[in-house]
Write a protein that binds this ligand. Sequence first.
Ligand code: PBG
Length: 324
Amino acid sequence: MQIRPRRRRVSSGIRELSRETYLDVSNLVYPLFLMDGANIKEEIHSLPGNYRMSLENIIKEIDSCMKLGLKAFILFPSVDEKHKNKTATYSYSSTNFYIRAIKEIKKRFPECVLISDVAMDPYSSDGHDGLVHNDQIVNDDTLPILSKMALAQAEAGIDLIGPSDMMDGRIGYLRDELDNSGFENTGIMAYTAKYASAFYGPFRDALNSAPKKGDKKTYQMDFRNTREALLEAELDYNEGADFLMVKPALHYMDVIKSLKDSFNIPIAAYHVSGECAMLSAACKNGWLDFNKAMPETLYSLRRAGADIILTYFAKDYAKMASKL
Ligand code: PBG
């Protein structure tokens, strides 16, 4: 036998020399859920270890993450029903706690990377990402609303806009509007291939943002399609997206790989709430070992080609990495 692959596994030093993939805390983005009010820290039951928090607790959380080297965050608002309406006007109102929080966070932590969510659903009385008219989600009339939301976030100092709405043409529309208002350095992390997935359940529970009627299949992608993701990516890329995202992540590794092979900008994978919840539940039951299964999961996404991973396990990984 001339070739023995096991020779490269004989010691941990040789295994490390042969290692093909690395995962660093700087690859991770930690999702945080913001609520209006004070002294709020409620655990999301289907996402153990993740909380809905009011601003001062979010600030404490960011501070403790920064100390672990974790400095990228994506912020989602949990909005009271009284602020929701058909046109999501609260999303760009100067009184919106989310916009105020962006300002405060960037003032306290100028070196953090803060990513927003741009979609109507947290603010819409219909619970849809776009405007609902005669039971249809209308595309073009949604764009100006998304743009008002994005501009309010840009003015507040957000680093990256995160359009998660899946309307056609929104990246180019938002890019133009941002540029015309002097925000040419505000980047866009596009939710490029966002599938109509069953794995968003815990997130919608956390934000109480499920559609009041119907589903999201007329705008989010069919989970049976991959080539269509390449079309979405081509559009977002040509419309000026700085980062392309695939969402969910674990169940869509083929899509991550094909975007990585075709586009020379960073590819992000959103390891979504349901995917994290599955692992947490198995670990809670003692069926899997979290400290082993969690890094294996995140590494698998890096292997598939994800440059960036958005995951509810970001802080757990950062804690683990700081002890190595
Ligand atoms: C809202 C949005 C969703 C997620 C991120 N932004 C839910 C949805 O589209 O219904 C899901 C994230 C997760 O499940 O972790 N536009």
